[in-house]
Design a binder for this molecule. Structure first.
Ligand code: IMP
Ligand code: MG
Length: 179
């Protein structure tokens, strides 16, 4: 499996350290408040659990699962909800936790959707940001690392449901999807 990774971008140690820094920012920004952490399944699970371990303010945890229609180069903005939140979020402070922001379509849709459900505030934490491919505007408040326009896997992020269990983040060797 590791042979399919062309280049390691971030080691497990680097990720853990960076996620702790993001949690510190969040602890500081939400001092005296409460938070609902909404993880976007499945890519965000490793990031979300590492982040939550370091959050020191009272927080609830919920998950959503979504899928984008068509291929991700289209800017249709159409996103399908596969799993909705378990609990209402009226008046709550929401932190959406995502693995990677690419075109931005998913998070642009999700933020509007959660706003429409009466959240008091919504901010976005993403482990990775790929700004080169942005098609719609997304306000990313907490960002782990910027990545180049390559296909990324590891630390929750998949190619065809595989590689999520790699403890590091790397660039998938194109030989994997070209064969
Ligand atoms: P967006 O709506 O285009 O921003 O899509 C974001 C979603 O596409 C992410 O949550 C990932 O599931 C997926 N994605 C985008 N770039 C990559 C990548 O490099 N590797 C794996 N999945 C990716
Ligand atoms: Mg995702």
């Amino acid at each position: 499996m590791r042979d399919d990774v062309k280049e390691i971008l971030f080691s497990e140690e680097a990720i853990t350290k960076r996620v702790k820094e993001l949690a510190d920012e969040i602890n500081n920004d939400y001092k005296g408040k409460e938070l609902v952490v909404v993880g976007v399944l499945k890519g965000s699970v490793l990031f979300a659990s590492e982040l939550i371990k370091n959050i020191e303010i009272p927080c609830e945890i919920d998950f959503m699962a979504v899928s984008s229609y068509g291929n991700s180069t289209e800017t249709s903005g159409v996103v399908r909800i596969l799993k909705d939140l378990d609990h209402g979020i009226e008046g709550k402070n929401i932190l959406i936790v995502e693995d990677i922001v690419d075109t931005g379509i998913t998070l642009n849709y999700l933020s509007k959707y959660l706003q429409g459900r009466g959240a008091n505030s919504i901010s976005i934490a993403t482990l990775l940001n790929k700004p080169a491919r942005r098609a719609v505007d997304v306000d990313v408040k907490y960002e782990g690392f910027i990545v180049p326009d390559e296909f990324i896997v590891g630390y929750g992020i998949d190619y065809a449901e595989k590689y999520r269990n790699l403890p590091f983040i790397g660039i998938l060797d194109p030989k994997v999807y070209r064969k």
